[in-house]
Design a protein around this ligand. Sequence first.
Ligand code: GLA
Length: 733
Amino acid sequence: MKKYSLLLFVALFASIAVGQQTQLMLKTMKNIVLETKNLSLVLTIEENKDVNMVYLGKKLQDHIEYRQLANQYKQGHDYTNMYQSAYTASGTRNLLEPAISVEHADGNQSLDLKFVDQQLRTLDNNRKELIIQLKDELYAFHVELHYLTNYEENVIEQWAVIKHNEKKNVKLIKYASANLSLKGEDFYLRSFHGDWIAEMQREDEKLTHGIKTLDSKLGTRTNLFRSSYFALGLDGSINEHEGTVLIGGLDWSGNFRVDFEKDPQDNLRVVAGINNYAAHYSLAPGVDFFTPKFSFTVSTNGLGDGSRNLHDWARKRRLIDGYGERYTVLNNWESTYFNFDEQKISHLLDNTKKLGVDLFLLDDGWFGNKYPRNADTSALGDWSENKSKLPNGLISIVKEASDKDVKFGIWVEPEMVSPKSELYEKKPNWVVKQPKREEYYFRNQLVLDLSNPEVQDFVFHILDELFQKNPGLAYVKWDCNAVIYNAHSFYQKDQNNFYVDYTKGLYQVLDRFRQKYPTVPMMLCSGGGGRIDYGSLQYFTEYWPSDNTDPFDRIFMQYENSLFFPAIASVNHVTTFGKQELKFKIDVAMMGKMGFDLNLEELTSEELKFAQQAVKTYDQYKHIIWHGDLYRLSDPRKDNHASIAYVNKDKSEAIMFNYLVQYGQVSKTPTPVRWYGLDPQKQYKIQEINLHDANSWIASDLILSGDFLMKIGLNPVLNNNRKSVVLTLKAIN
Ligand code: GLA
């Protein structure tokens, strides 16, 4: 049998009587079976040319048996045979939440999409793309459904391309990326809500009949209140190591909307796409409208497998340089805020070297002259060096950094403008605001209209000029602190297009930047975790999870983010936030991309020595954390501790982070933490690292087999004297 196959075959005709009405089950003309290593997604083309989605789950050994699917799921009445539509069109026969709704050029609002053709393209030896063409029989209106399978990673990317040849513009009232139809007993949703410094709060719920929606209407910084990424338990509650779960989200940084509808037959329909709120998009004839990708995996072994699939896929297909290296950083934000000058920076460059990290990151406050950036109330948009803070320009400190053998990075927030700025004075029409209403600010700032190509050009040049003028520049922190209030574009003819074109404009700028600077590392920051999605992450190497750097809170956030995003992308800084000892802070920062944002002068000499040693230790193990497989061994929301492990691909080395999260006089880990992902045949030497002022409570000659570790486990001996423990495993056979 071919490794990868798409099968077409004819299935049986069936007709059943339901109550007083006759329900005609249409004759399925063709099944289309899309496969990855473990999964299959089955579509059917019905006799009336409807396209349905009838299965997503473990793949069957014998393809022929997919034809039996329909007979096993006779769940009652589907009045119009559309509950399972692969892309539900509205205004004709639909009774449930549509994937697409339009107003044609003549004002008519009906749409009925019928199968026209299909193609299967082989992209490489791991990826195939199925394209299904649909067309309305009355209108010159077309939709292409795209399904891209990543075979090894079991990840499916789905999107739609919408186009028409009607006489005038068509209004897209709703235009989802994907419309899944899922079978199951009980469906559970795990979603994440939050706010500034309280990002990624987990919420689990059982889905009941009706519609549950995850959405954002913030325009920019759209994850401020919630993530568009979620997990869905398809056969009962959601577990780490067992059960069937779908994990994924919309790869889009603008407004999103994901509807979960439990239908009258108790199946679940997921409709995911751009939020159509205030965005009935006006589409000109002949123009292709690409929806963003909805990317997901399904694991039949719980969340853990699903995350590992997504991490592998993201490192290969989304993140810039996902399997590459990253710089360790000293940042000056929390140690200086806006208050610095050349001399202080020079000292911070020395400290970067002293600490042993790779790069110094100069944060907010380096720009603005007519309105200097001495607080967050001015100067966004005026991207030239402040002459009193940096009289010799950035170029001189970039050069000094290089002389000191330190890399240099810089903060920008190029999408924004301060009302107190020269840019605002010169280009009021570049600003997103209602012309006749009072301005309303988020962090004292407004958003530039990136739907306008002139503004896109301006934003690109901010970055480009920084690199042109300062060739040694090695890193960028791209921030985005404001949401969009008073959404109005002076550029758009139809305001309905603004939200979508803003995000597409942002991607155009990032794309142009990446064409010129393909690998320069860049951190995606949005006042913390306001923009963490694979739409934007395809232009970045890493992201900033939260402005909350208290390591206790970070344990939870980093744990939750690990569901979707690999550790190499999570920027974790050691700061003065939190009352915990330095060791605890470093241990928490190490479970991702470690950095520092503190004043070395405030450390005792012992602490400084410890931090310097930790940077060296991190150097030895970072490749396992960045490139290895993640195993969540204890859940801090269920247990009194969190345990997170990374195992390298050949299972010869591993590192395990353990943190106590409930403090009491007798708090401890009473039972061993069971491992996953090791080689049962291997013997592992266990060692405790990052020890500060203390001997390890783990015997220095401890050797345990993978078999023992995965059947019994290992007790990290967390207690009040040992609130965080980092252990390494090295195979000796
Ligand atoms: C945001 C970022 C911070 C810092 C400040 C600077 O809040 O999340 O890390 O860069 O902006 O103003």
